[in-house]
Structures are given as C-alpha cells and as structure tokens.
Design a protein around this ligand. Structure first.
Ligand SMILES: [Zn+2]
Length: 626
C-alpha cells in the first residue's frame, strides 16, 4: 500500500519548494527554458540548477547545459565530468565497475551525504547481511533495518541509440550533490544513489561517432550495426547466459552492493512510461516485489501528472514475464528492478514528433496521454526522466525502512518456502551424456550467485511429480511410466541446488519449466527458457523434502571433468561424440590431425559410440599417436 507521505501528494508543490533560489544559476535556468519546447514539458523539480563555488556544474565543465540541441558526449567526456564532480564534492565517489569487450571502462558514481560516503562499507555491509537471513538473528535484523540505507542503482545508456540517459544522469549527479532543497536533502541523507552513466560504453562511443559524422555530412552516414562488439538491442536479454562483459560487470556489482532498487533508463516510450507491465508477471516472483513496482510507479505517475506533464503512464507496454533483462538481476534476487521509457530522437536534434493514434489514445492505463504532435527536444526528454527519478528517489527516501525491510523479508520468505514447499531441490547428475555442458551449467549457476552443493552420498527420493526430469518428454507414455517409478536416484557426486537459499526465486526462474498462461495475450518477449532443456543437461526437480537432509557440501567452483586417453600405441583412437560444444573445439584445435567422423553409432571395446564420433587413425598423423 502507498504510504501516508505520498497521500499528501496534492501538496507536493508546497512540500518540495526550492529553498535555494538565491543560489540558482540564472544562466543554467534560462537555457533550460530555452531548450524546453513547451512549458508543459518542464517541472519545478528540474527547472533550475543551483550554482556552487567549489563544484563544477555541467555548464561550468562543458560550456553548455545538459540537453542542449545537437550535443552528445562520449564516454571519455562523461567520465571526465563525473571525475571532476567527485574530485570537487565529498558527497560523490567515482569508481570503476569493469571493462568491456573493447577495453572501455564502465564506471559509477556513488552519491550521498558526506557522513554516509565516509561509511559506505558499513552501509554496504548492512545490505549484505540482510541479503542472507540465515546468518542474522531477528533482533539484529530489526536493528540493521533501522540503521540501513537503501541503495538506488541507476543504469543509463544500455541501448546506444537511446542517447538521452547518459546525458541526464550527469545533471542528476550534480543536483544530488549540491542542491539544498528539502527533496534533495532527504534523498542525500536517506538513500545511497549509484549511477552507472553508460552501461554499454562501446556502443555509446560508436553512437556518438556516428551522430557527429552525420551532423558533419548532411545526415549521410552509416547506421549502427552492432552497439557493443557482439550485440545490439539484445544486450538487454543477457541476464541468464551472462555472455557479455557488461552483464557480468553489473551482476558482480549487484552481488557486491545488493542494491535495493535497480532502475534502467530507456527511450522507447511516449513521453514517460514507467514499468509495471501488463502481466502475466513472472510466476516465481514474490508478490511483494510486484507491489513495490506499483507503489513506485504510481508515485511517479501521480507526481508528474499533477505537475501538468502530459504522457506519464504505467501498465501496458511490456509483460513482466521474461526475467533476462539487466534490471531483472534485481527482481530475481529479492530487490526491485524497474525501467523507464522516455521519448528520444535518436540523437540530440530537436524535431517535430507525430505519434501514432495507438500511443496517444486515452486508455484506462493512460488517462494522461502524450500529445499527437509536438516539437521534441533532448531537454524535454531530460526533464521527464530526471523529474521521475527525483520523485522515485524521494519516495524511497521517505520509505527507506520499508524498502530495506521488504528486501530482507523476500529473502526470509524464500528460505521458509524452500523448507516447506516443493520443489526442494534440483539434482543434476554429473554422469550425463553431456558432461562438459553439465559443468558449465554448474559454473553458470555459481556465477549467478546461486549456492550449489555436491552430494556426499547416493541420493534417493520419492517421485511425486518430476516434470523437469531428464529432458524426458513428459507426454502421455511418460506419465504412465512415472507412476511405476516410485523413486528416483542419483549417485554420490551429483550437484544439488537446494531451494532453501535466499535466491530461491532465481533458481526456479532458471531451472523450472515456465507455464505461460495459454489464454494470455501475446507476450512482449520470451516465454520459456528452462536452462537444463536448453543445455540438454539432465536435472531432476525434487519434490521430496528428505533430499535436504542428505549429506552434501557446498562448492565454490564446478568440479570439472578431466578427459583421459585409454591406452597408447593403438591403430585408431576414438573420441565419443557427447555433443558437448568442446567436441567441435577439438576438431579446430587439432586442425593438422586427420580425423574421420562415424556416420552411425557403433560398439568398440564394449562401449557404445554415438554417430559423429571421431575416429583418429595413428597412421599418417603426427606425434604420440604413431
Ligand atoms: Zn531501450
């Protein structure tokens, strides 16, 4: 439910007065108004910027304000400004987050009041302790919740053609550091704001290059084919596979901080869409996660609508089912993940934008639609994004203990459900057909922050139901067979993924079978991804709680499999085709070795070899083989 603080939102214009008018930078405010194409596209939250004797504003640093026409900044320029900000302000810390495929740095700024910045490790420690309620007595949890500060983690620039967010967050960072309005003071004292200004630095620099080239050549120039080195729009679909450096960097940083809220800034909406989605929502989420999405979204929609800004709405647009987006790193780990879609022009030009009737119609979820036609500028976009984020930050500041407590409660509930509700574990035998894929799956689960154990005794459990088992086709014939098999076993040494762990939601998201409702509207994105199926690895869902009592030990790395050569000085060597990916790697690594591929399965030395197995003759091949 919404809190009393937001129920008096009707007075917000009075509650959020800017007390620092005397110190405002008149030139900055003048340009904000000049670059905003319609007064309705501006709010009192961002129509000014304080000046500071010691801290450089974007205008001081760049000679122009944020959101000015025709100006985009590269990562070097953005990082240069944020470093200057951190150098000048004790309220801002600048840190590296990791590197991209092309070697560019990902960075973040951390903003809070001086006392909080001086004790960041203490506050980080609080959130990390709350993340695992097993090691935390209830009384201590209560004390920590009272003392902790939520981390609000903003990512910008994930989608490179959506150019506005990396610009906006520079002004936001400055404002959070220097403004003395009650709103910003409340945020600075109660929330630790972390901003990753460019989540896809390779793509940002390419985009800025292309934009500048086209500006200089009558708008003739190449489009962006890829944004990052290997990927375009789907850099926001990497949350399961972790193929990209940017995803791994953000995930590692999530696991370091345990942010309370993650907020990803995008530009495919009109004028500000705040995520909640239409549903069906992902079936594994704690209901409290969804409640917090709605609380935050309603606060932003109400506050900006009240200020007369057209086109601020929620629901619709996306489903909320697929869990592989960057900000779902938070949703699947007991935090809150959310996003904005604002209106970008794909650069920094000011253009007339005519919108389709389907996005300007008045609907139940959009009682305040955008205009059919408007001159649109990067500054308008900056105003919407920044106003929304300030409202969200204030809401989290006002309800800081609730957000922190709910994060803790979701972890606690995950543990309780893991002990009292099926499924209780997944068991992944290591003697399957694809031994390397099995190890890679275990490695991925560990990298995701999931706890993985290894059974130290043979396992046996009753099979009440086992829909995810063995990649078996659970069709009619299988169902009858299952009735007959009362117990399932797996040998000692099998991996066990217990569900009585804080990231139970994530385990189920990755390993369970998705049941997207058949009668639902077509989804925004993927509906199914069960990782054991995708990787053809046997994984048994165990609905028998006895499995939790088996002897097992926790591992921090996959056990691995070692290949072995049986016998030497043979006429032929056989390599069984397990269909593991590395089977193909072997062929390319040994490109000088003559190999034959079996066209059918066969038996040799009492073993079965699959079709496609390699037959390597000793004769004519180099080295040890002969
Ligand atoms: Zn986007």
């Amino acid at each position: 439910m919404r809190r009393p603080a937001s129920l008096i939102g009707g007075l917000a214009l009075l509650l959020y007065p800017c007390l620092s008018l005397a110190q405002d930078d008149a030139e900055y405010a003048k340009r904000i108004r000049e670059y905003t194409t319609d007064p309705r596209f501006l709010s009192d939250l961002v129509d000014h910027l304080p000046s500071s004797e010691s801290v450089p504003s974007p205008l001081d640093h760049f000679g122009e304000i944020i959101g000015a026409p025709n100006i985009l900044h590269s990562t070097t320029e953005i990082y240069g400004y944020l470093r200057a900000l951190a150098d000048a302000s004790a309220r801002v810390e600048y840190r590296a987050v990791g590197r991209t495929e092309e070697g560019r740095e990902m960075v973040q700024v951390i903003i809070a009041d001086e006392a909080t910045i001086a004790e960041l490790e203490r506050y980080r420690g609080y959130l990390n302790r709350l993340a695992d309620p097993r090691a935390l007595p209830k009384e201590e949890a209560t004390q920590i919740i009272a003392a902790a500060k939520p981390v609000y983690y903003i990512t910008a620039g994930l989608h490179s053609p959506e150019t506005g967010p990396p610009e906006m967050v520079m002004e936001l960072a400055y404002r959070l550091a220097v403004e003395e309005s009650p709103l910003v003071q409340a945020v600075r004292e109660n929330v630790i704001t972390i901003i990753v200004p460019v989540a896809e630095p390779d793509g940002r620099d390419r985009m800025v290059d292309v934009y500048r080239y086209r500006k200089a050549h009558d708008d003739v120039g190449p489009p962006l084919l890829y944004w990052g080195k290997y990927v375009a729009h789907d850099n926001n679909r990497d949350g399961f596979g972790l193929a990209l450096a940017l995803t791994r960097n953000i995930l590692r940083d999530y696991l370091h901080w345990k942010p309370t809220v993650m907020h990803d800034l995008h530009e495919s909406g009109y004028y500000l869409y705040v995520s909640t989605g239409t549903g069906p929502y992902n079936e594994q989420l704690d209901a409290l996660t969804i409640d917090e999405w709605h609380n935050l979204a309603h606060e932003e929609v109400t506050e900006l609508t009240k200020r007369g800004m057209p086109g601020v709405w929620t629901h619709a647009f996306y489903t909320g089912w697929a869990a592989n987006y960057l900000m779902w790193i938070a949703n699947t780990r007991n935090s809150i993940g959310r996003f904005y879609e604002t209106l970008g022009n794909g650069g920094a030009d000011t253009k007339e934008r005519k919108l389709r009737a389907s996005v300007t119609s008045r609907e139940w979820y959009r009682p305040n639609p955008p205009l059919e036609k408007a001159l649109w500028s990067l500054r308008n976009n900056t105003n919407y994004m920044q106003s929304g984020v300030l409202v969200a930050l204030k809401y989290v500041a006002d309800n800081r203990a609730d957000f922190v407590e709910n994060f803790y409660l979701r972890g606690l509930r995950a543990l309780e459900r893991g002990r009292s509700e099926a499924p209780y574990a997944w068991v992944i035998p290591r003697q399957g057909r694809r031994p390397l894929a099995t190890e890679e799956l275990a490695a991925l689960l560990l990298e995701q922050g999931i706890e993985v154990h290894v059974a130290e005794e043979d396992l046996s459990w009753s099979m009440t139901s086992d829909p995810a088992s063995s990649g078996a086709n659970a069709a009619a014939a299988g169902a009858a067979a299952k009735q007959a098999v009362a117990r399932q076993t797996a040998p000692r040494g099998s991996y066990v993924v217990r569900l009585d762990q804080p990231y139970r939601t994530l385990v189920r998201v990755l390993l369970d079978v998705q049941s997207f409702p058949e009668d639902a509207r077509p989804p925004y994105d993927d509906t199914g991804w069960t990782l054991p199926y995708l990787r053809q690895v046997a994984a048994h869902r165990v609905d028998d709680p006895a499995v939790l009592s088996a002897k097992m030990r926790r591992v921090s790395a996959p056990l691995g499999v070692a290949g072995r050569l049986e016998g030497r000085r043979r006429g032929f060597y056989l390599v069984d085709n397990t269909t593991d990916d590395n089977f193909a790697v072997l062929r390319f690594r040994l490109s000088d070795v003559t190999m034959l591929a079996a066209e059918a399965s066969f038996d040799a030395d009492g073993r079965r070899y699959n079709a496609g197995s390699f037959i390597i003759p000793a004769e004519g091949n180099p080295g040890d083989l002969s």
